[in-house]
Write a protein that binds this ligand. Sequence first.
Ligand code: GLU
Length: 480
Amino acid sequence: MHKVRVRFAPSPTGMMHLGNVRAALINYVFAEQKQGTFVLRIEDTDAQRMFDPQAQNIIEDLAWLGLSYDEGPHIGGPYAPYYQSERTHLYQQQQQALAEKNAIYRCFCTEQDLEKKRLRQQALKMPPRYDRTCMHLTPDEIDRLLSENTPFIWRFKCDHNLSVTITDLAHGAITFNMGNFSDFAITRQDGSFTFIFANFVDDLLMDITHIFRGEDHLSNTANQAALFHAVGAALPIYWHLPILCNIEGKKLSKRDFGFSLRDLKDAGFLPEAVANYVSIIGASFKEEIMPLNILAANFNFDNINASGRITYDIEKLKWVNKSWIVRYEPEKLTTQCRPYLEQAYSHAKNVDDKKLIQLLQIIKTDLTTTADAVSALEFYFVAPQLAAEDIQACIPEASQKSLLRVIEEHKNLLITNPTEFTPAVKLAAKNNNIPLKELFWFLRLALMGKTNGPGIAELVDMLGGAEALKRIEKMLQLVD
Ligand code: GLU
């Protein structure tokens, strides 16, 4: 058995979307599990779709997700180069070899010719297939057209009697009858190579053993399998990953929040949570929250659900993110939340890491994303603005006087011994028959502007005794 070699082969069209992320993850996890090699190859042959020079964004996104590759851009490897734009000579060699075998032919048809043929076939309800006009050109005709500099492309001669069978991890054997396929282009008129061909040559030359990619490539797979057959090479094993759908069952698109990885990054989703969620959708695990190394150990590639589509559910992703936030290392959580806080509150810069770690550990269970730290800690950075009505609305008139007295009597503890303040007012409230609930509401309202939130002792600890006293005194004045 050959050593497993898999690849993630994105086209640098500008952004990683969740379909790409899933393909990258599945390849990575498979390589980890099988102690194989994970290759990153950048498919940048289509100059018109190059919106991410050198695939810088993709490389950054993979690093963010923790998907390190064993061979690829910047780090190199035995099958370099890993940018298709630098591999033209290799495609030329393979094209030459196919030409010598008479497996490809030049096609001089213009776009207009082809369009006419298509329309005629449509009218006759025939499958839209290239009618092979140019396959029958004589050598003299070809020479003449070449001497006139007539533009042409190379087409692969599909053997219409051939059927090729691929192995797909989810679907088992899939047989393609090449009689249903057209003689496809392997070059463009400018001499550059098509996706189908370059992608095939690279998989062949890079000794790729398993190809895991989106289901949208299934028809390319038939053509590429025919190419493998034409050069007498063994076929890789495939897994065509089901299309990701939104909750309404429609193909996931730009309009769906979280389709682009950048959306999720900016909204405060943790890389571990995104990687975790995107790898578990469509499969079932007893314990769903796990880091990549455990995922790689647990992922069952022998029993893949062959369902046609899988659903991306943002609510589930939020749950996974929340679970990760709670179990994240305090220092790391702080690093992730800090930029949002600094952007929202100018003085957040002055809060050192030790203090911020303390604040976040207290409120972390309220966070769905790290960006939620902004609302969860608003009270810390901006003192609440309360009015007398806010107090009337939640503290019964009858308790107000005695509540006030109890707090007055103990408030100086906030300066002398802040940790004593809470137990002392609690005891005094009990002795005065003041419901504790009302005491807590009152103090929370004073300290954070709401009646529910962290415990009073925690709030005092977060704000510090002096600030807590200032806020409580402001509230006491409102009642007087
Ligand atoms: N460049 C192709 C894409 O981004 C690669 C498909 C494949 O993995 O073979 O869709």
